[in-house]
Design a protein around this ligand. Structure first.
Ligand SMILES: Nc1nc2c(ncn2[C@@H]2O[C@H](COP(=O)(O)OP(=O)(O)OP(=O)(O)O)[C@@H](O)[C@H]2O)c(=O)[nH]1
Length: 600
């Protein structure tokens, strides 16, 4: 066991692309955790998809031995955190396991909202936040301006912030030295009964559930009988060790240390993130570590296999994905239009896209996804409150007393010159301003906004309204009464349940018009006219017609150009894969997500 004074537990807070993973890789290299060849790939983002998208999804950790300039060898536990707003609960749990955090800021870009939110979480949890200016090799680096910004916006001293380049390696050791000096060592009683925080859990095909833990007091030893506090279940700690970053069994984790435990748990819900591991013997007198909560999905959508033959396979794939992702929810859904599928719940749109992509890529299932929706609260005439996560299951208008929509508190950081644009956008999205703070070059805006307006395209819109400079962070606040209605879409007179949306009454006509105009562009012309209507209750609020196609698509391919004709037919066939037959009309996947594509 390592002496507490030689341990440092830290996270890195950084906005996406500011260089967190690159810096972490440099740390591993400096401390000799991996050979150069192993370093060739960024090691911390372990899933393929993550690597491709360049984002960090699951928290991971690495234990490094660093011989400091004072001659002492320190044990540095770096706990990686996800960078996206969808995964903020995991960030908060990771931070809770640390005494400090490096705030890595791109010296050319400056501070962004996501990092600010995470910094506040860190400061609230009593962490020492150590600023680092990265990308100093770039000509556009403006360290003085960015230091000032850190001081103004986050309120921590930053004039002496270490300046480095994770890319070239310049200043990286100075970052480690600064970290050791400024971040305090962990505290805790080694002789007290075991209490450890679960920072992350994932499913391994051979081992079952592996949990990343931080021991707060006592010692976790191989062979110990442990209990997972929220479930009250007892398990045997079969394997205990650290990541170097390769998993290495050490047989024990002392107070203040971070590492993994494998205890024969078969289901990820058996060891949820944020939960506490205690010694089974002293379970009653060892409390849960505060702040634990069950994560709830925020966005729901229907996912349907294009071919009904894929249904069983699809269900298996979803079950496998939930083994590793406690925040993914699914239950069977039956749609008149799309047949059997699943209603799935996600933390946000990015989470949804990732799951969709994994299903298609890793499991080879072609899917039709319906428009994502948030969860509404509906009070019925007989006084019941129900939650609705599927527009087509909204009760009949006559039986609804009141509808409530989820409201988020959004924090936006924007340079002054784009303030007008961003405010206009927030107003358009039914936002209510609750605060506005003028900082160095930026303005910090706080708005309460309907979650439905935020989850879909708000982030992209805010980016384009500010030429990419504004940044956003948000979290659920409360439910609020709203005048909402269901917007139905009819194709050739038939209501299509999978296309229904819940919208604000004031916007319903405009939304209906915009939606079906977009659908008209997306539904290919067929051999007959297709009427598309938007309706509210029985009232049709907009109508368009997709005119019949007169010519055969291959008619242009005159004479003997067989290969070209084949190619065209092949293309058509591939296109068909993502089509769904509604009555006699073929509707492509894009049309189901038309609401995401409406130009505002
Ligand atoms: N020029 C320069 N580029 C850098 C530096 N550090 C990182 N980068 C580049 O910036 C990009 C983003 O770096 P990452 O380390 O993946 O960023 P990240 O913050 O980990 O991003 P997420 O994993 O999505 O949170 C990559 O293309 C890096 O090569 C630096 O010091 N100088």
């Amino acid at each position: 066991m390592t002496e507490l004074s030689r341990i440092r537990n830290f996270s890195i807070i950084a906005h996406i692309d500011h260089g967190k993973s690159t810096l972490a890789d440099r740390f591993i290299q400096v401390c000799g955790g991996l050979t150069n060849r192993e370093m060739a790939e960024q090691v911390l983002d372990s899933m393929d998809l993550e690597r491709e998208r360049g984002i960090t999804i699951k928290a991971q950790s690495v234990t490094l031995n660093y011989k400091a300039r004072d001659g002492v060898e320190y044990k540095l536990n770096f706990i990686d955190t996800p960078g996206h707003v969808d995964f903020s609960y995991e960030v908060s749990r990771s931070l809770f396991a640390c005494e400090g955090a490096l705030l890595v800021v791109d010296a050319g870009q400056g501070v962004e909202a996501q990092s600010v939110a995470n910094c506040y979480t860190a400061i609230e949890q009593g962490l020492e936040v150590v600023p680092v200016l990265n990308k100093m090799d770039l000509p556009q680096a403006e360290p003085d301006r960015v230091s000032q910004e850190i001081e103004d916006i986050i309120g921590i001293e930053a004039t002496d912030a270490v300046r480095c380049s994770a890319k070239s390696g310049m200043g990286v050791e100075d970052v480690l030295e600064d970290l050791i000096k400024r971040i305090p060592p962990p505290e805790g009683d080694e002789n007290a009964p075991l209490q450890a925080l679960i920072i992350d859990s994932w499913f391994d095909n051979y081992l079952g559930v592996v949990s990343l833990v931080r021991v707060r007091q006592g010692v976790l030893r191989k062979g110990d009988k442990i209990q997972i506090k929220s479930t009250g279940k007892a398990w045997n700690a079969d394997k205990v060790g650290i990541f170097t970053p390769k998993p290495t069994e050490t047989g024990e984790l002392g107070t203040g240390e971070v590492g993994f435990v494998v205890a024969g748990i078969k289901d990820i819900h058996g060891a949820p993130v944020g939960d506490t591991i205690v010694s089974n013997k002293f379970a009653d007198e060892t409390p849960q570590i505060p702040g634990f909560k069950k994560v709830k999905p925020q966005v729901y959508a229907g996912l349907f296999p294009v071919s009904s033959d894929d249904y069983e396979e699809f269900r298996d794939a979803l079950s496998k994905l939930t083994l590793n992702d406690a925040s993914l929810f699914f239950e069977p859904e039956n749609s008149d239009a799309l047949g059997f599928g699943f209603r799935c719940g996600f933390l946000g749109m990015l989470h949804m896209e990732i799951i969709q992509e994994r299903l298609e890529r890793e499991y080879n299932i072609d899917l039709i996804t319906t428009a994502p929706t948030v969860v509404y609260e509906v009070v019925t005439r007989n006084g019941e409150t129900i939650t609705v996560s599927n527009p087509s299951s909204l009760p009949d208008v006559g039986s609804i007393e009141e509808m409530r929509e989820p409201i988020v508190e959004a924090s936006i950081l924007v340079p002054q010159e784009y303030l007008g644009n961003v405010i206009a956008l927030c107003e358009e999205k039914r936002g209510v301003q609750t605060n506005m703070l003028f900082l160095a070059n930026q303005v910090q805006l706080t708005y309460e906004l309907p979650m439905a307006e935020v989850v879909l395209d708000f982030f992209d819109r805010i980016k384009s309204a500010s030429r990419g400079f504004a940044s956003l962070d948000y979290h659920f606040k409360r439910f609020q009464t709203a005048n909402l209605v269901r917007l139905d879409v009819l194709i050739n007179g038939e209501r299509v349940d999978a296309l229904a949306l819940i919208v604000h009454r004031e916007q319903s006509h405009y939304r209906g018009r915009a939606l079906i105009d977009k659908m008209k562009e997306l539904i290919p012309r067929q051999m007959f006219d297709i009427a598309i209507q938007a309706s509210i209750g029985n009232q049709v609020v907009a109508r368009v017609t997709v005119k019949a196609l007169r010519k055969n698509v291959t008619a242009k391919c005159y004479g003997g150009d067989v290969s070209r004709k084949k190619k065209l037919l092949q293309k058509q066939k591939e296109g068909k894969k993502r089509m769904k037959q509604l009555g006699n009309v073929e509707v492509p996947q894009e049309a189901f997500l038309a609401v995401l594509k409406v130009d505002n």
